[in-house]
Design a binder for this molecule. Sequence first.
Ligand code: FES
Ligand SMILES: [Fe+2]
Length: 361
Amino acid sequence: MGIGSRCTAPSKPVTIAERLCSAAAAAGAQAEQALSGAVFEGFANVWTPLMAARRLGSRPVRVELAGEAVVLFRGRDGSPSALIDRCPHRGAALSLGRIDAEGRIECPYHGWRFDGSGTNCLTPLNPEARRERLGATPLPVQQVGDLLWVYTAPGVKAPRDPVASEGLTDPDLTRVYLERHWACHWTRAMENMLDSPHLPFVHRRTIGRPLRRIMRPQSSMQVSWEETDWGGRARASIDGGDNRATLEFHRPNMMALTIPIPGRRLQIHALVIPVDAAGTRLIVAGSRDFLRLRLLNPLFSWINGRIADEDKPVVESTRPSEIPQPDEEHSLGSDQATLQFRRYYYRSLRPFAAAPPGEPA
Ligand code: FES
Ligand SMILES: [Fe+2]
């Protein structure tokens, strides 16, 4: 059963190797169809933040996610839905269609209509069609804090809820968001967010300036890593000095940096969203409990944007595009946090894809 068919059975995670083997064993065209149906390769069965909820109004929005196009829209009650952005009839992008008065999305090509669960509600000019077999492909979606999150497996009930770090949901914090597009594989961007030793070099004029002041030619950076239920926490210090800044990795694609300011809360989150093999969308969220005047929001956004823009050309220049295995390239003691991410990626994400709806894993 292909990706456009209505889901009747939950899909299970499958390794890409398993899919290749089963495809080789099965007969010709059928096997080819099964292989090409795998989705979200290397980023399957995880919750990811996708976009600011306020961006989703009365029109459908298309978002590229890990090699798949997803369309988000709001139903009549305002609740968000997500479908693979491909009509099961002739493959047109549903996102080019409109939302009807019932909150269903109408395909722009021949007018088939789907509700938020992907159920086909109308096949114009073909009233006798068995619509129960002609559904679109839904993805679990939830709003957490200011963001819409999607679960990267089609046609399943997500086995757990998304978990956002407190800085993204605490109502006592003011948050600003900005977006950037980097021309790189998402894993290079993600590990850059967990990388402390680049600060005095890439950010020599901004956040790395204080480190440059204390660095000496023989200085050494110590990076500690503490494993947690949701990922891990890194701390970096130079020559054993005090550094209370913490850098958290929240699986699969979020970094939270807490900057220690006495009596204040200041956090920066980086949400690293895979677009395709050569593209990453970055949402940077700044949270604070001081200087909360809205007029100051553009200033905080500008600072976060400037820091991200310092990283961009360097990260985009890295080769190979996707991070290598932990034992490849040359790593040193200060690469502890990025190596942890590499281990996680190659153990838990890279080998897997999501099966298309209804297909046995
Ligand atoms: S392609 Fe969508 S209705 Fe024909
Ligand atoms: Fe950086």
